[in-house]
Design a protein around this ligand. Structure first.
Ligand code: NAD
Ligand code: UDP
Length: 330
């Protein structure tokens, strides 16, 4: 087991997308390690509920702003984490132009801020840069198989462009930038209606609805628990970057969607059968990270098995679903 101790860090961290699912866990972890944290979010897909417990923390500030607008922060910033972007396919496809602008203009704005402050920079990229991969598992040097004109392109190509921006700024010696390619991550605080597989299956089970399976359900994904991902992100921020070296962060355990559905059904007695739906266009058939680079560079690998992470996620939804549903209807 590589990940024995938490990475030690300090200074002020700006977390763009800090009110989102992953971003709010990152804010928690950074505050717990003694950082000051500035969260920037426009609440497009995140929620104030995710950061409400932090509002009275003396080291925490929340700014409501779209990263597509130019960003000024008066306090000195040491680290910029850019997690701002809708991540669920139905959500990033709802306003594809804004998704692309968030990835390109938003990342450029945050890189400019990092340059002004002399801050280190981490871009949350995605396994979607590999598209529907023809190599398996996916290593960082695989260049991918993305449909650059399809409905996922606003996100896939937007993230690819954001990576290029980061590495150009790094090569120019202007920003100490690094890129994490994040694979499917799940856990407490996913929005119940965001349309991703883990939240959909759990919410459907707890609500006594049929589980929606797109296509045959034999497509695969690799699911990483959110606390494991956050530890990887913080470690990556702390290393000296190497030009053109993105780092895969994900759990290499690979499951079909049918296997995942069976695990959820076993955990939640309320599930009532399966509702088969068409497979979305360009839906990747297989996905699994090769994490050799993260293991070597960061001394990191996931520690939470899928069954344990799913149990924690089911328990969180069971405790929060009525409140979240009520808040949505207000
Ligand atoms: P999320 O939708 O829960 O969080 C994204 C946050 O960014 C939200 O709070 C949203 O309101 C905010 N945001 C979106 N556009 C913005 C804009 N223009 N200006 C300001 N704020 C904006 O998604 P997540 O799962 O927490 O993902 C976080 C990051 O990690 C994203 O960049 C995503 O692409 C990346 N990622 C996540 C996964 C995953 O499985 N969770 C996988 C790959 C990559
Ligand atoms: N999926 C599904 N039922 C759902 C939601 C998603 O079968 O209710 C499938 C989807 O087609 C994909 C996989 O689950 O093959 C993962 O989907 P998700 O949206 O979570 O992430 P991504 O496609 O971005 O990896």
């Amino acid at each position: 087991m590589l990940q024995r101790t938490q990475a030690h860090t300090s200074g002020t961290a700006l977390v763009a997308g800090g009110a989102g699912f992953v971003g709010s866990h990152l804010c928690d972890a950074l505050l717990a390690r003694g950082h000051r944290v500035i969260c920037i979010d426009n609440y497009l897909t995140g929620s104030e509920n995710n950061i409400r417990p932090l509002m009275n923390h003396p080291g925490f500030t929340a700014i409501t702003q779209d990263i597509c607008e130019s960003i000024t922060v008066e306090e000195h910033v040491d680290h910029v984490y850019n997690l701002a972007c809708a991540a669920s396919p139905p959500q990033y496809q709802a306003d594809p132009l804004h998704t692309m602008m968030t990835c390109v203009v938003g990342t450029a704005n945050l890189l400019a801020l990092a340059e002004r402050h002399g801050a280190s920079f981490l871009q949350a990229s995605t396994s979607e840069v590999y598209g529907d991969p023809e190599e398996h598992p996916q290593r960082e040097d695989y260049r991918g198989n993305v449909n650059c004109t399809g409905p996922r392109a606003c996100y896939d190509e937007g993230k690819r462009a954001s990576e290029a921006l980061c590495f150009d700024m790094l090569r120019a010696g202007r920003v100490d930038a690094r890129v994490a390619r994040i694979f499917n991550t799940y856990g407490p605080r996913m929005q119940p209606n965001d349309g991703r597989i883990v939240s959909n299956l759990i919410v459907q089970s707890l609500s006594g609805l049929p589980l929606t399976i797109y296509g045959t359900g034999e497509q695969t994904r690799s699911f990483c628990f959110v606390t494991d991902l956050v530890e990887g992100l913080i470690r990556l921020m702390m290393v000296k970057p190497n030009p053109e070296m993105p780092v895969n962060l994900g759990n290499p355990g690979e499951f079909t969607i049918n296997e995942l559905a069976r695990m959820v059904m076993d955990m939640v007695p309320g599930a009532v059968g399966i509702s088969q739906r068409p497979l979305p266009k360009d839906d990747p058939q297989r996905r699994r990270p090769d994490i050799a680079r993260a293991k070597e560079l960061l001394q990191w690998e996931p520690t939470v098995p899928l069954a344990d992470g799913l149990r924690q996620t089911v328990d969180w939804f069971a405790a929060h679903l009525p409140k979240v549903e009520a808040a949505r209807q207000d």
